[in-house]
Design a protein around this ligand. Structure first.
Ligand SMILES: Nc1ncnc2c1ncn2[C@@H]1O[C@H](COP(=O)(O)OP(=O)(O)OP(=O)(O)O)[C@@H](O)[C@H]1O
Ligand SMILES: [Mg+2]
Length: 409
């Protein structure tokens, strides 16, 4: 049984209990008092007399009493008694869901321009209820074996630190820098770390922090850190595309204003906190300022997936996108299963070296999309081959343009 159903069940029980408690005093039937006497006559005669008496006195009175009872139910008082539990039954779950959303909005509005915090944030108890209600699940990530081990160690460390801080020990969180190519799961990893320790998650992206000018971005940063400081669960501040914010000062010669942000950040980052940890993510670690780099106690590189990870990624996204019974017809799934055998998946994985997990996901989504635009609406060998070629070509073009760009460091 899902949690949502347990909640509805409890509400039904409470409502049912209240309902019967309130209704009990109303259900009163006046029993007609008719004197029925037996006069020692023969049984047949007595029975006949009894029937006559019942017909004449008791039945009409019972009829009137039941009519009165029924009509007595239809009045304002009873309407209220009936409608309140029914209304509560529908309103309570809705109110708890909407209330938590409102609560979150209120906090965000109060503490930070809501557009700055990315939509997958989580802050405070109300938001936890909202996540629970919407059956939120921590994202799933497929990583190379060695990266997976390092991530597990970091997750464990954060949890241990949080427990120790909660127990009153004087400790601080370590900041973490995630770096590696685009679409390898850095944003997902930040969320996974926050979820694993049940910490608030405050994700922002550097471009949106910077969009309103340097001075505003300093103000936003202060507000973001204040919000994290006020967290009762401990918070993960996640800064995506951090190289745009922490840019190496040698690259900012003509931009003294941006220099101010880097210095301000340096002061914010250099002191570790017992309330929050900072996770920053970048695809260009070489652009990050030298003074900022050491403020991150841990560096975790997320490389492109190796052959084993690529096989797992193909299998995972094929299952989720092509074999998905909710989204596809039986004919589509049967055809996809016949086509994408285990051997063929291994073969594809060999062909797509250099693709990121996000590229692989997109490639499989392309297979589905293309299939649905054909006459039979099922995947074919040709569609799969085309989607692979298209994904590989796209990645090669991207590599080519990236190699033309001068290295800023
Ligand atoms: N390692 C992974 N395992 C499974 N799915 C992944 C993985 N990496 C990325 N994805 C898929 O690609 C999407 C985009 O990934 P994500 O934004 O986390 O990558 P990123 O490294 O943060 O990229 P960027 O540097 O461009 O911000 C994810 O939402 C997920 O669907
Ligand atoms: Mg990202």
């Amino acid at each position: 049984m899902e949690k949502k159903h347990v909640l509805v069940f409890i509400i039904v029980l409470i409502t049912g209990y209240t309902f019967t408690e309130w209704w009990q005093p109303l259900i009163k039937i006046e029993v007609p008092k008719v004197p029925i006497t037996f006069s020692g006559k023969e049984l047949g005669q007595e029975t006949q007399e009894l029937v006559t008496k019942l017909q004449e006195n008791v039945f009409p009175q019972l009829k009137t009493a039941s009519e009165e009872f029924l009509f007595s139910l239809v009045n304002i008082d009873n309407a209220l008694r009936l409608s309140i539990p029914i209304a509560l039954f529908f309103i309570l779950p809705l109110a708890s869901y909407q209330g938590s959303r409102l609560g979150l909005h209120f906090l965000e509005k109060k503490l930070l321009n809501p557009q700055l915090i990315l939509p997958n944030s989580s802050y405070g108890r109300l938001d936890r209820i909202r996540r629970w209600w919407s059956q939120y699940k921590t994202p799933f990530v497929i990583l190379n074996e060695s990266v997976n081990k390092k991530l597990d160690a970091i997750k464990e460390k954060v949890k241990v630190i949080k427990t120790a801080i909660n127990a009153g020990k004087s400790l601080t969180y370590d900041n973490l820098l995630l770096h590696g190519p685009s679409g390898t799961g850095k944003s997902l990893i930040a969320q996974i770390i926050a979820d694993y320790s049940n910490m608030d998650f405050l994700p922002v992206s550097a471009p949106s922090l910077l969009q309103s000018g340097i001075l505003m971005s300093i103000k936003y940063l202060d507000q973001l850190f204040a919000m994290a400081q006020a967290s009762s669960y401990g918070a993960v501040i996640f800064i995506d595309q951090a190289d745009l914010l922490f840019t190496h000062r040698s690259l900012l010669k003509n931009d003294p204003e941006h220099n101010k942000v880097v210095s301000h950040l340096e002061s914010l980052l250099s002191k570790n906190s017992n309330k929050y940890m900072i996770i920053a993510s970048t695809t260009a670690i070489q652009r990050i300022d030298n003074a900022i780099l050491p403020t991150f106690n841990d560096h975790l590189e997320i490389p492109l997936p190796d052959i084993l990870s690529r096989i797992k990624l193909i299998a995972f996204y094929t299952q989720a996108i092509l074999f998905n019974q909710k989204e596809n017809t039986k004919l589509f799934i049967d055809q996809a299963r016949t086509l994408l055998s285990k051997e063929y998946m291994i073969d594809i994985a060999q062909q797509i070296e250099g693709l990121s997990p996000a590229d692989i996901k997109n490639m499989i989504m392309t297979i589905r999309k293309k299939s649905l635009t054909t006459h039979n609406e099922v995947p074919t060998q040709k569609i799969v081959s085309e989607a692979i070629a298209q994904a590989v070509e796209k990645r090669q073009t991207l590599h080519h343009y990236q190699s033309l760009r001068p290295d800023p460091a």
